[in-house]
Design a protein around this ligand. Structure first.
Ligand code: DAH
Length: 341
């Protein structure tokens, strides 16, 4: 009996410290202790060697041992079953699966740059509708019916209403601002515009502009030049030169077009500047008195300047994009190049 007790104690120690690393080890345990030729069976077989007066005590000892061996097995069995149900464990040290990220469209990158430059000198941002009426797109901008300047822009008309057009320029937003906002006004209006052009490398039926308008007492052409010079140096770098050429727009007097020194060759002559050293980037001028009058503003008291630039044009000059169609073809090989700008 004493040796049986010792044997059981030894096995109990073994059972208590047993932790299976996997299902195979647990199965080995089952076979070793609980199998048909296992230890529990073998120890029960020893009972016959125990003297009759000690049988009761030995029986209790053996039952306790059997329960211990079985409980150990059952507890690990259910642990393993629930781990299997949860699926494989997650290894947090494995590298993640990268998600493909989109990039900002170059026109949006440039539009955002334009906005942030003008915001820094006190301009706010406004927008207007892309479907416009004749008054805001033409007539109020000093372009009455049959004015020859209307032919400069091939207009899309809305077939259900001859008074409606797809705006041909963001200058229409100028008209809406003069109509609705109190003076002084200092605002830029970025947005999409439409013209009935055949699509090619150099023309598109829709593109983007950004308009600027400043109306207050004592606004002069010098303010216009200084504002645009600031814009150019912020957008293209400190060493960029500007020049103004006289031009004509019905809604400004005097009017000018502004060129900058070529960003590619620096002025020595290349394809971008067509070997002139200069590239045109925008139109501008002092707001025409007739336009101010159209919105009830006295041109004897208030003056203003305005400018309008093509966002595609600024992007072309800044990043040397030579085909307008690239902007709307959604070719990721083109778009990805602007990942870091
Ligand atoms: N609206 C003109 C265009 O689309 C650009 C422009 C020129 C806007 C002079 C202006 C301006 O505000 O003053 O060609």
């Amino acid at each position: 009996m004493a040796s049986l007790q010792e044997q059981i104690q030894q096995y109990e120690q073994e059972i208590n410290s047993f932790v299976p690393a996997n299902a195979a080890e647990l199965e080995d345990y089952r076979i070793r202790f609980l199998g048909t030729k296992g230890i529990v069976k073998m120890i029960f077989g020893e009972m016959k060697t125990v003297p009759a007066d000690q049988r009761k005590e030995a029986g209790q000892l053996l039952n306790g041992f059997k329960i211990l061996a079985e409980e150990k097995y059952e507890s690990f069995k259910s642990l393993q079953a629930s781990a299997a149900a949860k699926g494989p464990a997650i290894d947090n040290t494995l590298p993640g699966t990268p998600l493909p990220l989109g990039t900002r469209h170059p026109l949006r990158v440039v539009e955002n740059k334009i906005i942030s430059i003008f915001e820094r000198i006190g301009f706010s941002v406004a927008t207007g509708p892309e479907i416009e009426d004749d008054w805001h797109n033409f007539t109020s901008l000093n372009m009455p019916q049959h004015h020859p300047a209307r032919d400069m822009q091939d207009t899309f008309y809305v077939s259900t209403n001859p008074d409606w057009v797809l705006r041909t320029h963001t200058s229409s937003a100028q008209a809406r601002i003069l109509e609705s906002q109190p003076l002084p006004i200092r605002v830029i209006c970025p947005g999409r515009v439409y013209r009935n052009e055949t699509i090619s490398a150099r023309a598109h039926c829709f593109f983007h502009q950004c308009e600027g308008l400043y109306v207050d007492k004592n606004v002069s052409f010098a303010d216009l030049k200084q504002t645009l010079y600031y814009f150019v140096t912020e957008m293209f770098g400190e060493n960029t030169k500007v020049r103004f050429r006289p031009s004509y727009f019905p809604f400004t007097e005097p009017s000018a077009e502004m060129d900058i020194s070529c960003t590619v060759c620096g002025g020595s002559g290349c394809n971008l500047c067509k070997h002139t050293g200069w590239v045109e980037i925008l139109g501008c001028g002092m707001v025409h008195p007739n336009m101010l009058r159209n919105f009830g503003i006295d041109p004897e008291v208030y003056t203003g300047f305005a400018f309008g630039m093509g966002v595609e044009r600024i992007t072309q000059v800044k990043y040397q994009v030579n085909d307008l169609r690239l902007y709307s073809q959604n070719d990721v090989r083109f778009l990805r190049q602007f990942q870091s700008v």
